[in-house]
Each structure stands twice: as C-alpha cells, then as structure tokens.
Design a protein around this ligand. Structure first.
Ligand code: HEC
Length: 216
C-alpha cells in the first residue's frame, strides 16, 4: 500500500502521540507483564546478587538473550505487540500469542467518528490496532515465523528499521504509535540483544493486516 505524506500538523500530532505511547506503554506494562528475572527478596542464605542482566559493554561477557528479554520486558513492546485479553484484574497480555501482533482473525470494523475536540486516537481492546491521523495501524508480528513474522529479517534489517523509522531501513515509514523516536536511541548492542531475544520466541503464524490509509 502507499502511505500518503502527512500534513505537517498531523505529522506532529502523530509524533507526539508516538512519544506519549511509549511512556504510557512502559507505565502500563509495569502492571501487566512479568518483571525481569530477579531472585525473591528473601533468598535462603541471603547473599545472592540481583540477577539483572548487565548492560552490554565492550569486553564484558553478557548473556545477550537475557539482556534482550529484559529490554523487551521493560520497554513496552509487550503492551502493543502482545494482544490483550480480559483478565481478573483487567486487560492482560495473552501470552499464548506473545509478541505476535494484531490477531489476523480480529477484523476491525470501521473507525468510530470522533466528535470535534481534543480526542484524537482510538485503540482496540487488544491494544494491537490504533486509529489516528495516520489512518489505522496494526502492530507487527515480532516472532520468528518466516512468512508472517521477522523470521527472514537480518539483525541489520531490524536495526535499520528502528534507526530510520522505515520498514527494513528502505521501505514505507513505520507508523505511530510505534515509538521509533524513543527506540532509535537504543545503542547497537541493545538492538542486537533485542533481536537475539526475539529470535528465541516460539514462532506464531499470524498475518497482520496492512495499515489503512487516513480518511478525509
Ligand atoms: C505504543 C505501541 C507500540 C510499542 C510500545 C511498540 N510498538 Fe512496535 N509497532 C507498533 C505498531 C503500531 C507497528 C506497526 C506500524 C506500521 O504498520 O507502520 C509496529 C511495528 C513494529 C515493527 C515492524 C516495523 C516494520 O517495518 O515492519 C517492529 C520490528 C517493532 N514494531 C518492534 C518493536 C519493539 C522491539 C518494541 C519494544 C522495544 C516495540 N515495537 C514497541 C506499535 C508499538
């Protein structure tokens, strides 16, 4: 599909939203997803160090996959890329579809028309489809399924996508609310760690729909 260039004001709104989405995503995530692995506070013997993976630095041996899992678990990816389902405490990520993006079986009806005013964005109950000035975007399948996920991506495709905000660094722009402006600040080692972790996920076959162009 073609995405038409956005009017500057609309682009700005979309931008602001992407940033807000990142913050909200991280905040909401704190309540819904499993925390990074840490030993229980009262470990028998009492002296075990916290198991927080160290930041990757040259010369340091780190478990890259563990670092990637930690970053994915703390950077909001799960909020948007794992569909929510209703749970006893409210919406919670459906871990049977972990990071597999907008469920292909969930066909979204037309976007509700908002009244004049400051409301700008509508989100699906799964938090995997978002309508705003950019049209409707559906969160991507980040699992290593070769046909519907990132199975055929190289680590450079991934790094270029996040760094340039374009699909594989050369395709169409990545739409809000994917917080590209936040994530482009990850350093190479962190992006490589995230990609290494995504590689270890069980592949989920789920073809995410193409975005819908904005109406006006
Ligand atoms: C606030 C919601 C949100 C958060 C948080 C989020 N994403 Fe996304 N992501 C999206 C949306 C929406 C798309 C689809 C955008 C499109 O179709 O242009 C997307 C697309 C992607 C893509 C595919 C881009 C492409 O060109 O095919 C990758 C890779 C990705 N996200 C990785 C991540 C990672 C890794 C994290 C966490 C560090 C993350 N996302 C967090 C919403 C989000």
């Amino acid at each position: 599909m073609t995405v038409r260039p956005l009017h500057p004001a609309v682009a700005l709104a979309a931008l602001t939203l992407a940033l807000a989405g990142a913050t909200a995503g991280v905040a909401a995530h704190a309540q819904t997803a499993a925390p990074p692995s840490r030993p229980p506070a009262a470990v028998k013997g009492g002296t075990a160090p916290a198991a927080r993976p160290a930041a990757a630095a040259p010369g340091l041996t780190v478990d890259r996959v563990a670092r990637g899992r930690y970053l994915v678990n703390t950077s909001g990816c799960i909020d948007c890329h794992t569909p929510f389902k209703p749970g006893p405490q409210g919406p919670e990520p459906d871990m049977s579809r972990h990071l597999s993006g907008h469920p292909e079986a969930l066909k979204m009806p037309p976007v509700p028309v908002l009244p004049e005013g400051p409301w700008l964005v509508v989100s699906a109950a799964t938090n995997t489809a978002h309508a705003g000035p950019w049209g409707v975007s559906f969160t991507a399948n980040l699992t290593p399924d070769p046909e519907t996920g990132l199975g055929n991506w190289t680590v450079d495709d991934f790094k270029q996508t996040i760094r340039t905000g374009r699909h594989m660094g050369r395709g169409r722009p990545v739409l809000p609310p994917m917080p590209i402006l936040v994530y482009k600040n990850f350093d190479d080692a962190d992006l490589e760690a995230i990609f290494a972790y995504l590689r270890t996920l069980p592949p989920v076959r789920n073809r995410v729909p193409e975005p819908w162009a904005p109406k006006n």
